[in-house]
Design a protein around this ligand. Sequence first.
Ligand SMILES: [Zn+2]
Length: 296
Amino acid sequence: MKPIKVLFFALLCLSLNSAFAMSPQVSSPETQEKAIAVTKKASPKLNIKSASVKQGEFYEVTVSGLKRAPLVWFNQIAFRAFKTADKEYTALIPVENLTKPGSYAILARSGDWEEKVPVTVIDNKKPIQHITLSKGKSGLSASQKELSEISAAFRLRSEDLYSTNHFIYPSNARKSSPFGVKRSYNNAPVSSYHKGLDFAGAMGSPVFAPGDAKVALVGLEKEGYNVHGNAIVLDHGHAMTSIYMHLSKIDVKKGELVKKGQKIGEVGHTGISTGPHLHWGTYLYGISVDPELFVD
Ligand SMILES: [Zn+2]
C-alpha cells in the first residue's frame, strides 16, 4: 500500500474512533499504529482498549480486518459485535457487578478465525448494605407484564447507533445513591446490588435524555408497573439501553426518537420508592453497568 493511502486510512481510523461514542478515552497513538499494521498484513486483529477493568465496567473490544461480525466471548457469554467502520466491529462487553475478581479471557471468533486475549476483573470494593427482612413481610412484587416488557427492552440489539455523543446526566439534582452498592439480605451472601444511579430530584423536576435514543418502552404504574412505577427505557443502539424509574410524568411515546438533553419526563415516587427520586440505570446487552462510565 502506498504511504499516502496508509496515512488516509490512519486518519479515517482516527476520525471514526473519536466519532464513536460512549468511550471515556480517546484512541492512543499506539492504537493508530496498530491500525496501520493491520492494513499492511490484512489479517484480522483483536484489540481491547483496557484489558483490566472493575466489576460493573466494560471492555471495549474492536476487531478489524473482518468481513462478518464476530462473536466475542467473555465469562461463558457470547456477545455479537456491531459494525463501526469498513471491516471493523466493536462490542462493549459488560462485566456484571458480581463477577468474581480475577483472570479471564476474551475470545473473538468469526468463521475459522479466532483470537484470545487475557483480561482481568478488579474488585470495585463497593460497600455491602446489610438488609434485614422481617418474616412474612409482604410488599408489592413486580407484575409479569413489567418483568417481561422490561426484559424484552433490555434484549434489544439495534444495528442503528443512535448515541453519537457522550452522555450528560439525566437530572440536575444531587446524586443520592451510587451504582453497584452490594446487598446482603439477612446475612446471606451478597445476592443483588443497586443497578443504577439515584438522583434526589424534587417532585416534578425534569428528566432529560442523556444521549440520542429511540424510546423502547413506556410503562405505567396504573397498567401494572408495581415496582418500577412509571418508567421509560431508551434504546441507544448497539445493545445499549437505559432506564428511568419512579416518574410522575412521561413526555414521550414508544418508538419516538429523542435528542440528548430533551426532557422526557418528570421525577416522582411511583412504584416501590420511599420518596421522590430518579433511578437511572444503563445496560449493555441487558447487563447493568455503572452509568458514570458514560458521562463526560
Ligand atoms: Zn435506584
